[in-house]
Every structure is written in C-alpha cells, then in structure tokens.
Write a protein that binds this ligand. Structure first.
Ligand code: XMP
Length: 319
C-alpha cells in the first residue's frame, strides 16, 4: 500500500541516514527530476545541500530567473548560478552536426560542473535525478540517442572524476510518482507538470549552427507559443510543445516593404511513452493566434509553420 505522505517521510529519513553530516552537490536544471531531488534534499538535509544551476545560453525565456526564484528565493536552497553562456556559445561556434552539438553541450556541462564542484571541497556526494525508467534504460539495450540522453541527462562520468558518492533518491520512482512526490514536497504544480525539456535544450531546436541571435529569437517565439497553449487550456493536453528555429530565410511583406527573415516551426505532440507520438490537432484559431503574435512581436521571424509529422518516422525533436 503505497502512500505518498509516508513515502515522503521515509525518503527524508533514508537520505538523512545515508548522508549523515556530509555535504551534497546537485546539478539543478529546472526540470522535474532534479527539482524534486532538490526539494527532497533541502527538506532532509537543509544547508548540507548546494545546487549548481548552469546557464548554457540554451534555456527557455526567463528559465534561469524562475529557477532562482523558486529554489533560492522561495525555498531558501543554496543555489550557485553559473553564467556559462559565453563558454557554450564559443564551443558551439561553427558546429552544425546534431550529435556533435549534443556531445559538446554534454562535455561543457561536465566541465563547468566540475569546476564548481572543486570549489566545494567538503562535498562528498553527488545527487542525481535518476528515475526508474532511466535505470531500466541503461540496463537494457540502448540506441545511440538513448545513450546520448543518458550521458547528458545523468551527467555520466562525473562521480568517477570527482570521487563523489552517488545519491539517487528517485531511483525507484516512475515519472508520475516523481510528480506526485514533488507536489507532496510543496513544489508548484506548474513546475512539476511541465513538459520534458531535453538536456541539450535549445541546442537541438536551433537547426544547424547555434547562434546567440537564433537562440534569442527562438526563446521569444517559444514563450509566445507556450503562453497561448496555456491560455487556451491546451498545455496539459499535449505531452510536449515547442518552437523550432529554422535557419532559412523567406520573403514576406510588411507595410510597403518586403521582408526577408527566418522561419519558426511549431511542434506539439501527444504521447504516453515518447517512443511513438502523434502530432496534436490544435485548433486552427489557436495556431493562427500564435502565428500572428510571433510574426508581430518577434522581429526577425516572418513565417510560422506547423509540424504535422508523427513519430515514427519523424522524431519529436528536429535534431
Ligand atoms: P525524440 O526527438 O528522439 O525525443 O523523439 C524523445 C524524447 O527525448 C527527448 N530528447 C532528449 N532528452 N537529451 C535529453 O535529455 C537529448 O539529447 C534528447 N533528445 C531528445 C525529447 O525532448 C523527447 O521528450
């Protein structure tokens, strides 16, 4: 008889017993899993926890501020905010191959995290938001992509190089249980029921070479899409929804003049396991509203298209 309040108490007790008086570091991404781990550890061991939040320049609009607000300001969690935008952008310059981009983003994350961890010589533990499906996935056969997901998501290699013990308090939980757990720990519903966001972030939603300018345009278009989805009550009816930046220019007209600007594709899917997915049949007037707002508000984008590809054969992300 699984029961959440008991589970919370047990999980807290277990962490306290495991960790004792030692210190723990956690890479906080703002995603559901690491957020729930942060909330749990803060509850269990308070100031013995230090979170590291890395801004890689590939986050969504205001994401950094939101994480700092929720954790540092409201919950009083110790969070180190690392601005690594220049470092990531520098290493991504001139790189357009999707897997190469993933590798660079994963590698730089490890680099930044390691440098921060070295500033915390008392830390003995590395906490990770590994959940039960991750455990199964790494035990069974894995595709190249599943491996890429793992290696970034669970920052493979860190525990060895840092000589830290691994703390994975969500290892036994399925995603829906992690969410329930998060709510029971007092995290905002909006945070816990967020769509998944890939580790490489906007890096795989900007096709080809990643540029700061593209990321800035994409962030604004994506925020408009998500805003309108929420307003129309469609956010919770989709499993994942986002904008994709296409580095392709097309001709448009504005007032008396022609424009020659970039294209954004909207992607919204419904799925239960992310292995297969169908494109969401969003109302046309909702799509129209999103398109109008993006084109009117985001100078630099003059065309919006909707992705009507299922998975398979298309993937959910465009890279
Ligand atoms: P695809 O695009 O393969 O995505 O249909 C399936 C799910 O996995 C997410 N995804 C990733 N997550 N690192 C991650 O942490 C990655 O490199 C990565 N690639 C895809 C994707 O957002 C979707 O939820």
């Amino acid at each position: 008889d699984w029961n959440m309040p008991n589970y919370v108490e047990e999980a807290i007790a277990k962490v306290r017993e495991q960790v004792g008086q030692e210190e723990v570091i956690l890479g906080l991404s703002g995603g559901v899993d690491s957020s729930v781990v942060a909330a749990l550890l803060h509850r269990a061991i308070g100031d013995q926890l230090t979170c590291v939040f890395v801004d890689n320049g590939l986050l969504r609009l205001n994401e950094g501020a939101q994480v700092m607000d929720t954790f540092a300001r409201n919950l009083g969690v110790k969070v180190i905010h690392v601005d690594a935008v220049g470092q990531f952008m520098g290493h991504l310059k001139g790189v357009s191959d999707p897997e190469q981009k993933r590798k660079i983003i994963g590698r730089e994350f490890v680099e930044v995290f390691q440098a921060e961890a070295q500033k915390l010589p008392n830390a003995k533990w590395l906490a990770q938001g590994t959940i039960y499906p991750d455990v199964i996935e790494s035990a069974g056969g894995k595709t190249k992509k599943a491996h890429a997901i793992k290696s970034h998501h669970n920052v493979g290699g860190l525990p060895e190089t840092l000589n830290l013990k691994l703390l994975e308090p969500l290892r036994e939980l399925f995603k829906d249980e992690v969410r329930e757990f998060g709510v029971a720990l007092g995290l905002p519903h909006e945070m816990v029921y967020r769509h998944p966001f890939p580790g490489p972030g906007l890096g795989v939603r900007i096709l080809g070479e990643v540029k700061q300018e593209f990321a800035d345009l994409l962030r604004r278009a994506d925020a408009i899409f998500i805003d309108e989805l929420r307003a129309a009550d469609w956010y919770d009816k989709t499993s994942q929804a986002f904008a994709v930046f296409l580095p392709v220019k097309s001709v448009g007209v504005m007032g008396d003049g022609r424009t020659y600007e970039y294209v954004v594709a909207l992607r919204a899917v419904q799925t239960s396991d992310f292995m297969t997915a169908k494109w969401a049949e969003l109302p046309h007037e909702l799509l129209g509203r999103v398109s109008n707002r993006i084109i009117n508000e985001v100078r630099g984008i003059n065309r919006v298209v909707y992705d009507i590809s299922g998975k398979p054969p298309a993937t959910i992300e465009w890279e």
